[in-house]
Write a protein that binds this ligand. Sequence first.
Ligand code: GPW
Length: 821
Amino acid sequence: MSMGFDKETFKKSVIYNVKNVFRKTIDEATPEQAFQAVAYAVKDVIIDEWIATHKEYEKQDAKTLYYLSMEFLMGRALGNNIINIMALPEVKEVLDELGFDLNAIEDQEPDPALGNGGLGRLAACFLDSLATLGYPAYGCGIRYRYGMFKQKIENGYQMEVPDDWLKNGYPFEVRRAEYATEVKFGGYVRTVWENGREHFVQEGYQSVRAVPYDMPIVGYGNNVVNTLRIWDAEAINTFSLDSFDKGDYQKAVEQENLAKTIVEVLYPNDNHYAGKELRLKQQYFFISASVQRAVKKYMEKHEDIHKFFEKTVFQLNDTHPTVAVPELMRILLDEFNLTWDEAWAVTTKTCAYTNHTIMSEALEKWPIELFSRLLPRIYQIVEEINRRFVEQIQQMYPGNQDKIRKMAIIYDGQVRMANLAIVGGFSVNGVARLHTEILKKEELRDFYEMMPQKFNNKTNGITQRRFLLHGNPLLAEWVTGKIGSEWITNLPHIHRLAVYADDPKCQQEFMDIKYQNKVRLAKYIKEHNGIDVDPRSIFDVQVKRLHEYKRQLMNILHVIYLYNQLKDNPNLDMVPRTFIFGAKAAAGYKRAKLTIKLINSVADVINNDKSIDGKIKVVFIEDYKVSNAEIIFAAADVSEQISTASKEASGTGNMKFMLNGALTLGTMDGANVEIVEEVGAENAFIFGMTSDEVIGYENKGGYNPMEIFNNNYQIRRVLMQLINGYFAPQDPELFRDIYNSLLNTQSSDRADTYFILKDFPSYAEAQQKVDQAYRNETWWAKAAILNVACSGKFTSDRTIEEYVNDIWHLEKVKVEIEANQ
Ligand code: GPW
């Protein structure tokens, strides 16, 4: 139990909060009020450790990581915080005594969903691991007024509902107005001569006030509490009606509006760059505020800004925070009067960049016009970085225009953020071994040849505290019962389970737990979707953002194909299967939204067809998010990881399924490769083209799907059902676009860009193997237990230790707390 936790104090605190905040006695409190009261009581316990942690960091003058990210997909905090202060049994007892159920109270918390998918959730897992390992770190991001939209399914279509997560206030955040800072946009740069030197002053700009809100990031059982700092925007001069002339009034209105719009909403695009001006404003807004603050904090304790990098490291979560490079340069040049070379030496030793995708549509490229208009001084600096870098290219590769074309930071009227991030930092990493190899050999080959020492791999990981200990308490308890609790902070230790994989009693226990978790999910599905599913069927799950490269389409086409077989032969011998989907599509991504409609239309037909005797069910889980993900992973038998090889940089859902004992049905893509390496190919279902094959075809301009269409009757039949009204009797043309995307070479992009038809036969074969394998319960239980046992590599604790050793060079800090402060 946490040293700072006392049961009686906690109980009093809950009762007091209900009274003081809601003027109610405890028995009158609504579940939402109970949540608030409990959350504040937990925060009360955390606060002392939070303060103590930062005192300790100051005392030790520890080097600090700033994890700069546009997204932090945190998920609910209450349950996780209770677990991490190690007070779960006591909190349960207190709530019991007060007549509350912890699960019901947890369900009242909105999911802080300040992220889209894997990239944002990775940032959240990293914060958990950093705190648990005791490393000084801040997450820096944006306090979006509206996070990831809530998804409603109406008549099979996705509807986006604003996520008003702050409407009741968020109990864990603390406003830190004392750290507010100004961020400037637009205007022009005036050159002045002073002391025989050029100085640059931005004038005629608009500014906003950045105000930080801090959230505690609680380490597991170690008294360490780190900080997620998210920035809100406020107008600089609150709008006043007395002292203004006409010009000031106009300006005041504009500044008020600018402030309101900047942090209004999270862009719902995953792996896709939209080029919106407001997005660049968001980027500069939180980066300028974070970098300014980091510099100020450093200067409070140190004299020499030249040594900034010794105490500070900035990790750029993809290219989204890359303006940190020129922003740090600006501060060093304009505010500290460093020379260019001095400033550049500091900057390039401070910044490091993580790449999360090779897909060209995700590359951030800003038109010069936009960039220079919004960030005039920053643009000047980027121009100078580019000028010097191009000179360096010319020196290394005299006369080689091609190298400049590929590597220049400013080229063809655009600012290329990836190039800036690579040049402006000391480290470039990919997020899985295969991904990093592809970066070095293909996408970033020229950079790799020029500066190989910067390149390194950091295979992603996930936190077992949230995705096993919190999300799957039954399995967590079982694991602890078998091998003790060390796995909670040392996941590789979970390999000790392997000796139980062959034990019939353990197999039975494991399958019972899986069954209970399936019952829990079935109940959730019944409550939220009104669909009955049989927990004895195979739960075959694909949950992740909807994207063509992730190939949800291949999955649903295979469901249709199976259904056809059942229609042809109602006695077909197959294990009943529940195909579960969960996915949000970016609001403007038409084909992705149509795929959701297709899944729901197929579900309607199949789920209502009595003739197949419930052998197939299709469920689309509405509003897939971190909180229901925890329930879904725990209940899965089969983990669908079926991206076109080379396209999924890593994947992290794949690891969460494995940790919960699901078997991977996947391609040799991203971290799947390493998952199979750990658990053995015999305990997974691997199919499809390799990344080399995919890249080979791409370099030849694609392949011809018509051959498959013409020669494979079953595939042809499925495709015809897309355009003959089989799943859309009212509108047979509804799914034409999907049909066209697979076959039509007339359309501007290649047909079947993601090799769905090409991989289909091997996918269907792998699915057949799943069916056969599940019949052998002993085999399945063994394979599932081995998946859990071999998941040790995929803890984010391991990933963080690698970042620390190779890139960040942080030191662990210990925090001691006196009992009952
Ligand atoms: F395009 N990822 C994501 F690279 O979730 F920026 N959103 C994104 O916008 C991008 C990447 C970006 C994901 C990758 O798709 C996934 O493979 C990876 O596991 C995850 O980032 C974390 O590295």
